[in-house]
Write a protein that binds this ligand. Structure first.
Ligand code: NAP
Length: 295
């Protein structure tokens, strides 16, 4: 079997078109333009490139978008004040603080300071709790992107055995929590694996849908995958440079071998990656819509 390739590069533009339509209608009917502020502390090159891409996406969709470039040596107090200012700003519907933050700033304290109704990353404990009880307002962007890729590719999630490798708060735990809900695009039986899992392959081989977010190249090899499984590779690992001087990337699964066994698989790059920013835009639109009690 040669797997169908599920590409975020193909699904993401479709969702952006939908966002564009809804954004225009929100402006026309309610005079509201979705507003997003991205806050970056210091000039970490990876963070700068992520924030630049987020700003570009927001501008392309006609959002009101602002970027706050905060110096590396900012005090925690000053950063919290800046967040409080945007919490009160009615033109801003989404606040995104780019992580990681410098060591002298308490990341948890900063994320908790964001108004949960403007928490478009979905990391605030109020939103994590809402997700857990099946009343999510915002889904974290990468897990949301994964779920949309599955749904829009016609993969049956209802009743499927899903195995998630990785238990981070930004990918592993939230995607497991989303797919376990008694809801459309969910209702799966979910197992979460991590470095404490005794026999990883024994679990992954049972998966109808295998989602890998370990951050380890080739953590999953073909012998660990069931014939006909759907494999979602979230990993982004830098494994050198291309001759053009760009970072050479690979995922967490042995793509070439597994594509001969799986029924569908996501590539890296071009798989989950392009979905994340699109889902951030959707969350920002939703945050703006919530202000008129519309969804
Ligand atoms: P993380 O916080 O480092 O978590 C990795 C998780 O994988 C941990 O729970 C770890 O277990 C588990 N793990 C690592 N090696 C393992 C192994 N050999 N067997 C079983 N479990 C293993 O990473 P993350 O933030 O979730 O990100 C994971 C990957 O996804 C990274 O490559 C990251 O760059 C990528 N990512 C991509 C996007 C995107 O938009 N495409 C977004 C976010 C993340 P322990 O808990 O026991 O340590």
């Amino acid at each position: 079997m040669t797997a169908r390739i599920i590409r975020g590069t193909e699904i993401s533009p479709i969702i952006r078109e939908e966002i564009d339509k809804e954004t225009k209608s929100l402006k026309l009917q309610h005079g509201i333009t979705p507003g997003l502020v991205t806050i970056i502390v210091g000039q970490n090159p990876a963070s700068v490139s992520y924030v630049t891409a987020k700003q570009k996406a927001a501008k392309d969709l006609g959002f009101y978008s602002l970027q706050e470039d905060v110096p590396e040596e900012v005090t925690e107090e000053a950063l919290l004040e800046l967040i409080a200012q945007y919490n009160d700003d009615t033109a801003i519907h989404g606040i995104l603080v780019q992580l990681p933050l410098p060591k002298h700033i308490n990341e948890t304290k900063v994320l908790y300071a964001i108004d949960p109704d403007k928490d478009v990353d979905g990391f605030h404990p109020v939103n994590v709790g809402r997700l857990m009880i099946g009343e999510a307002k915002f889904y974290p962007c990468t897990p949301y992107g994964i779920q949309q890729m599955l749904v829009r590719s016609g993969v049956t999630i209802d009743g499927a055995e899903v195995v998630v490798v990785g238990r981070s708060n930004i990918v592993g735990k939230p995607i497991a929590m989303m797919l376990i809900q008694k809801a459309e695009g969910a209702n799966a039986t979910v197992t979460i694996c991590h470095t404490g899992t005794k026999d990883l392959a024994a679990h992954t081989r049972k998966a109808d849908i295998l989602i890998v977010a370990a951050g380890k190249p080739k953590a999953i090899t073909a012998d660990m995958v069931k014939e006909g499984a759907v494999v979602i590779d979230v990993g982004v690992n830098r494994i050198g440079m291309t001759p053009e001087g760009k970072a050479k990337l690979c995922g967490d699964v042995d793509f070439d071998a597994i594509k001969e066994k799986a029924s569908a698989i996501t590539p890296v790059p071009g798989g989950v990656g392009p979905m994340t920013i699109t889902m951030l835009m959707l969350n920002t639109l939703r945050a703006a819509q919530f202000t008129v009690g519309k969804r």
